[in-house]
Design a protein around this ligand. Structure first.
Ligand code: G3I
Length: 386
């Protein structure tokens, strides 16, 4: 069956970036001057600091905001990777059965191409936030299996050679390490109910068939350190590697809500995944803070937040298998946190609502810069592992 694909032409919403273009000239000049005086070449942005250690630094984006010069300018200046926050999800890309809509996702790709950024795709399969036709369609397992395969293959084929890495399956495992109930697993499931991670493996095989060059990730939250959930993810991906299920990495989301309760064992978790030959991406970092009615956090919380960003960015920067460090948005003006905490928490990102750099921004920049000085060989190691 040939899908109906609503293809938008490349977006006209690519704003001019005079300051950014200027940096392209100013930065090399500064850099040459620094080299001549034997000083370190100072990074002017996160993306410059990240590229000095071979790291991708990304953020989740909403293409509707590309026409805002502050949004687009900051994005292009600071990041070398983008991931659509919502527009490549099922509800956006297949809002009615076999009616595909890739326009907003294409805008993200066009923006990335115009600014030399990579595109991370998110996500092909998730148990929640699916469109009503899918949730309430009363499909048989056989029908659902056909729908799932068709969706994955149509979307991955559309973005072949444009999206370099996909979150193939999102959040399929529960806090205790069991399989989450979902329409794909057991309500009614695609016929693999009770067979553990079999439906997850199926999704990876179908995605790989549609674009053998794309890197394929399993992505989840609260599994950054060592715990029952990350143990189950580790067991799943180890089994996939052993059986030749095409998986390339694990996404550690890193949504942190408790300031004084950091995940423990993040470096050890990255290390054990790396030993399986997998990459790790930090995919959705934010650090929620208590906020006032204006949406602002106090100075002490901002300092603590910076400390947490520094620790996590440093762990990633130090490990060659940690190939990407990404935040879930970049300005506190647009973040999912206030909406999901009744306005009690927010200010979770590295730029404030006025696009000014927060202490957390400097902390991440410092972590990347420090690693470049501490281990100049890390760049080659990371690029080789990537
Ligand atoms: O755009 C519509 C708007 O037209 C409508 O008026 C409004 C009414 O509710 O809804 C708007 O859509 C919302 C969309 O965000 C854009 O703001 C959806 O309802 C809402 O469900 C959706 O939430 C997103 C959520 O995933 C579910 O897809 C969040 O923005 C997004 O940040 C969040 O991201 C997830 C990752 O995908 C996976 N990991 C956790 C992360 C945070 O929850």
């Amino acid at each position: 069956m040939k899908p109906h694909v609503d293809l938008k032409t490349r977006s006209a919403a690519i704003a001019p970036f005079r300051r950014w273009q200027l940096n392209l000239f100013v930065f090399p000049a500064l850099c040459i001057a620094a080299l001549l005086t034997a000083a370190a070449c100072p990074a002017q942005s996160l993306r410059q600091a990240a590229s000095q250690i071979g790291l991708l630094v990304g953020t989740a984006v909403n293409p509707r905001l590309f026409s805002n010069p502050d949004y687009a300018g900051t994005l292009a200046r600071e990041f070398n990777m983008v991931e659509p926050e919502n527009v490549m999800k099922w509800a956006a890309t297949e809002p009615a059965e076999d009616r595909f809509s890739f326009g907003p996702g294409d805008e993200v790709v066009a923006f990335a191409e115009a600014h030399d950024m990579k595109v991370r795709g998110h996500n092909l399969l998730w148990g929640v936030y699916n469109p009503a036709w899918l949730k309430q369609g009363h499909f048989t397992p056989k029908q659902l299996r056909r729908i799932m395969k068709h969706h994955i293959q149509t979307e991955v084929s559309h973005y072949r050679s444009k999206v370099f890495a996909w979150d193939v399956v999102n959040e399929a495992i529960d806090a205790k390490g069991g399989m989450k109930h979902s329409i794909w697993y057991d309500q009614p499931g695609i016929g693999l109910s009770g067979k553990g991670t079999a439906y997850v493996a199926r999704a990876f095989r179908w995605a790989h068939a549609a674009d053998p060059k794309a890197l394929l990730f399993y992505n989840d939250y609260d599994a950054e350190g060592i715990n029952a959930k990350s143990d189950a993810i580790y067991a799943m991906v180890k089994d996939f590697k052993r059986r030749g299920v095409p998986i390339d990495g694990v996404g550690l989301q890193m949504h942190l809500f408790k300031l004084h309760q950091l995940p423990s064992g993040v470096a050890a978790n990255i290390e054990r995944l790396a030993k399986l030959g997998l990459r790790v991406h930090i995919t959705e970092m934010d650090v929620a803070l208590p906020i006032n009615a204006e949406g602002e956090a106090d100075a002490a919380s901002l300092a603590e937040q910076a400390n947490i960003y520094h620790q996590m960015a440093a762990i990633c920067a130090r490990h060659p298998a940690c190939a990407a460090f990404q935040t879930w948005g970049f300005t506190d003006k647009y973040s999912w946190i206030p909406g999901s905490t009744k306005g009690k928490e927010g200010a979770g990102l590295i730029f404030n609502a006025a696009y000014q750099r927060k202490p957390a921004y400097t902390a991440v920049l410092d972590a990347f810069t420090a690693e470049a000085k501490a281990d100049p060989a890390i760049k080659e190691q990371r690029l080789a592992a990537r």
